[in-house]
Design a protein around this ligand. Structure first.
Ligand SMILES: [Zn+2]
Length: 683
């Protein structure tokens, strides 16, 4: 390791030097930074003068910010340009972070110092955001076991460390299982029904592996067109089977990357953790940091939505079945038939398909249209920068400015699916807005990551309407992070925003993808430049709520499964995953998946990510976002005044106040479920 290499990962003043980070630098750099932070904590605490925001909280916060900026490119690159060395270094650091988190969380001196500020006279003079930081910290200290006896604290640390490793293994198994299966098709007739773009992508995937023909994989952009369009029923069944059994004891790679034991271990450890902290189960522990208050409140909320949606979902299912019977004389819908016949019926009814729409959403139009929408809505200007270091040649970089041309923040945009990039779409923070100890303002930077179909040959990438919605969704998260006016990192941007409120801005922004005035900005035919024709839009709007109740009950099935699984967990009952799932499906689902289905084995949101006993958050936040958007429906979707109110009440405030208070500031009342059901076309 030479000196320049040593420097690159520690270069946290400017933007990360992704291209220069070497896997072997990571563990030493993180180890050193954590060591420095621990020393700083002890040094800062060893004083007789009273603790204040400036001499205590901001000083330690800056050290943590340094560590965060060092780690952010590593964890990001592990997700988007993963390789064995990087993964190994990344995973080795997880244990270090878990240990550091426990050290901080259970540091009685730190806790006492926060408590002394909370109880001092100066507390009343602090800014709202600073008070929130301190109150949240005290809450988190309690959740981190500050009140535990020494032996229980030790066990707490062990559990956290084991959980971090297990969750990472879960995620790795899903990625490995996804990569492990592929199918080479040599006879193009087998792909009958697939859109041209999907066939071309499969051909390109084969070429990249020096093969002749068409390569189908389990990456989502390959899987989705097959399950939706392939006429060949046995091909659909084969691909469905491989996809829905990833990382499990079933299917073509049964047992090879099996997450079964990991799931059981994770549940047992989470339950033990909750009990240690005096909660009766993990769902209660989860709610301690959320907008929702009790498990019953969540279960009632989900059950009510399910009861309102299920009758319509049954009707929608029966209509698909009747159509399959009429079309192909099918007597029963299998799980691998539903998407296909749903799409067929949708086309029959509305003569519209995702593929008809793709040419209207070329990448440049969709992206510049998105920027035009937020300009009209919030007065933002977005400019591309070409002077930046990157982890991949496909990545772009942008700066955001307000009406006064003040630079607010920046973001990386990484749009296309590729091998060794984790699936799905997400926004993550590269750095957070905060006031530095030297008085300067650090501006926020975000990663916006999607997995859209890559351009084929020299044609531009053409997005499906769903992909455009995904882009808006992640950008909504990005705005929440980048438009923050908060200067304390713990509640700046999306920090400190509870999971069940954090989807408000993202789902809110999706609404513009359905509005004629906005579609005029984000669509433009790849050949003619023509914006989306009114007749197509009318059909889209008619199709918008097609099978919405079916989709609703599916999301409710996932949400209830996650929540009830954690709520009802009893260690003495052994593995409860399948029985809970069966039970929930009996109440909510309208399609029973085959016995071999193991969707839960790749349900990374709850077994590898932060959505454990919190997947309901999506629906909870949909209620908030639909409700908030109803104000724009009343006053005009580009009403700049309402835009400014949303900006100031929600986006700029981040986690600095309770989400219910912010929501009421904007709406003037508590949220109602009506707008969501109306938007979904559910009676
Ligand atoms: Zn989201």
């Amino acid at each position: 390791m030479n000196n320049t290499e040593k420097l690159s990962i520690n270069q946290t003043d400017g933007l990360p030097l992704f291209s220069q980070i070497l896997p072997e630098q990571i563990v030493p750099a993180v180890t050193q930074a954590i060591k420095n932070n621990k020393a700083l904590i002890e040094k800062t605490l060893a004083t007789d003068i009273p603790f204040t925001w400036d001499n205590f909280i901001n000083v330690l916060d800056e050290a943590d910010d340094h560590l965060g900026k060092l780690w952010s490119p590593v964890s990001h690159m592990n997700a988007v340009v993963s390789n064995d060395q990087l993964r190994e270094a990344h995973d080795a650091c997880l244990a270090l972070f878990a240990e550091y988190g426990t050290f901080v969380g259970q540091h009685k001196g730190l806790y006492q110092a926060y408590l002394s500020i909370a109880e001092s006279e100066q507390f009343a003079c602090l800014k709202t955001e600073q008070k929130k930081v301190i109150n949240d910290a005290l809450r988190d200290f309690k959740l981190a076991g500050i009140a535990l006896t020494e032996s229980k604290q030790k066990r707490y640390g062990e559990i956290k460390q084991q959980l971090a490793l297990l969750q990472s293994q879960f995620s790795n198994n899903v990625m490995d299982a996804t990569l492990a299966w592929s199918k080479l098709i040599t006879d193009i007739n087998e792909l009958d029904g697939l859109p041209e773009s999907a066939v071309a992508a499969a051909e390109q995937a084969a070429q990249e592996k020096q093969k002749q023909g068409y390569l189908l994989t389990l990456e989502f952009p390959s899987y989705l067109p097959v399950i939706t369009y392939a006429k060949n029923r046995s091909l659909r069944e084969e691909v469905y089977t491989a996809f829905s059994t990833r990382a499990s004891d079933q299917g073509p790679n049964a047992g090879e990357f099996d997450n079964s034991d990991i799931i059981d271990e994770v549940l047992a450890l989470r339950h033990e953790l909750a009990l240690l902290l005096d909660f009766s189960d993990f769902s209660e522990y989860s709610l301690a940091t959320k907008m929702a208050e009790t498990p019953d409140q969540v279960i009632t909320f989900l059950t009510e939505l399910a009861e309102k949606s299920r009758p319509q979902a049954l009707q929608e299912r029966d209509q698909v079945l009747a159509f399959a019977k009429q079309m192909d004389n099918l007597d029963e819908l299998q799980a691998w038939d539903l998407s296909y016949y749903s799409e067929q019926l949708k086309q029959h009814r509305y003569a519209i398909s995702d593929e008809t729409l793709r040419p209207y959403f070329p990448e440049n139009k969709a992206v510049s249209g998105l920027f035009a929408v937020v300009k009209r809505l919030f007065g933002l200007t977005i400019k591309e920068s070409f002077d930046f270091d990157s982890w991949h040649e496909d990545v772009r970089f942008f700066h955001i400015y307000d009406q006064q041309q003040t630079h607010l923040g920046s973001f990386y945009l990484d749009l296309y699916a590729r091998a060794h990039k984790r699936g799905g779409a997400w926004m993550n923070d590269c750095r957070v807005r905060r006031r530095l100890v030297n008085g300067e303002l650090q501006l926020p930077v975000a990663y916006l990551t999607c997995n859209f179909t890559k351009p084929v040959g020299d044609k531009p990438a053409l997005f499906s309407h769903d992909e455009v919605i995904t882009l808006f969704h992640e950008f909504g998260h990005g705005l929440h992070h980048m438009l923050s006016k908060i200067e304390s990192s713990a509640v700046s941007g999306i920090n400190g925003v509870p999971w069940d409120a954090v989807e408000l801005p993202s789902q809110f922004l999706e609404n513009w993808c359905w509005e004629p005035q906005a579609l005029a900005l984000i669509s433009g035919h790849v050949e003619s430049g023509e914006t989306l024709p009114a007749e197509l839009l009318e059909k889209m709007l008619a199709a918008k709520n097609y099978n919405s109740a079916l989709m609703m009950v599916r999301q409710l099935e996932f949400s209830l499964f996650d929540f009830v699984l954690h709520h009802q967990y009893k260690p003495e009952n052994g593995s409860q995953v399948q029985s809970v799932l069966t039970d929930i499906r009996a109440k909510v689902a309208v399609i029973t998946p085959p016995e071999f289905n193991r969707f839960q084995h790749s349900f990374s949101h709850i077994f590898a990510g932060g959505y454990a006993a919190g997947y309901y958050s999506y629906k909870w936040a949909e209620v908030l976002s639909a409700d908030a958007f109803s104000r724009f429906e009343e006053l005009g979707i580009f009403n700049a005044e309402t835009g400014q109110e949303f900006l100031q009440a929600i986006l700029e405030k981040g986690g600095s106040e309770e989400p219910m208070a912010l929501f009421k500031d904007f709406m003037g009342r508590e949220p109602k479920i009506d707008a969501l059901l109306r938007h979904c076309g559910i009676e």
